[in-house]
Unconditional design. Structure first.
Length: 217
């Protein structure tokens, strides 16, 4: 069997690492995991051993190195033919669009509500622009569910790369107790119910590193 290795950061903080990790778990790919805690004294040197960008996540597959979470997922979709994206062309275009939007956008949310699986900060992080990001994300979820998700509990019914990309947002909404409508709450619960998500969360809670820049007082 061809060996896959995924290099990731701290599970408590590294939202980018969660995305390909969750996708690989959901599609039952066997892989080794190398965890490099972020911002340690030797973190940079260790990361550069694997990553041309000096960042995680990184996928190693035979002689191929793929960095950036979306590039990793697209490479996996090409290499292991399964239903990584919706089968319907219109749904697939929508899924790719919202995934790309998540990949490149929502900076206010990212900066003010860092992902944290261990701690809860209800009411924190609502700086300027954050609510607009929240509203846009929940609208994306609502549109996806209404237009394409009738055959299951996730954005396009069954799990796709789009769900992997919004999974860290689910953890943010939980950590900061973001008030959500019924559609968004149901989606949050569906993502949290995934066994792979529970595996990630439990591992994150067992980590010992504390990065104060990602912890709100």
């Amino acid at each position: 069997m061809t060996q896959l290795t995924l290099v990731i950061g701290n599970k408590n903080y590294s939202s980018w690492s969660l995305r390909p990790w969750l996708a690989m778990k959901q599609f039952s790919l066997e892989f080794d995991e190398i965890r490099i805690p972020l911002y340690g004294s030797d973190s940079s040197a260790k990361t550069w051993q694997y990553s041309p960008s000096g960042k995680v996540p990184v996928l190693l597959h035979d002689k191929v190195t793929v960095w950036d979470s979306l590039a990793i997922c697209e490479y996996l979709a090409e290499t292991f033919p399964m239903q990584w994206w919706p089968e319907d062309k219109t749904a697939r275009a929508f899924a790719r669009s919202i995934t790309a939007e998540m990949h490149s956008g929502f900076q206010n949310l990212r900066q003010n509500m860092p992902m944290n699986c261990r701690n809860k900060y209800p009411g924190k992080g609502l700086a300027s622009g954050v609510q607009q990001d929240i509203d846009r994300i929940t609208n994306i979820w609502k549109q996806s569910r209404q237009k394409f998700g009738s055959n299951g509990d996730l954005l396009f019914g069954n799990f796709t790369i789009a769900d992997a990309f919004f999974a860290p947002v689910v953890l943010r909404f939980v950590a900061y107790d973001v008030q959500l409508d019924a559609v968004a709450r149901d989606y949050v619960e569906a993502i949290l119910a995934l066994s792979a998500m529970q595996e990630w969360i439990n591992a994150a809670k067992n980590e010992t590193e504390i990065l104060t820049q990602f912890e709100l007082s």
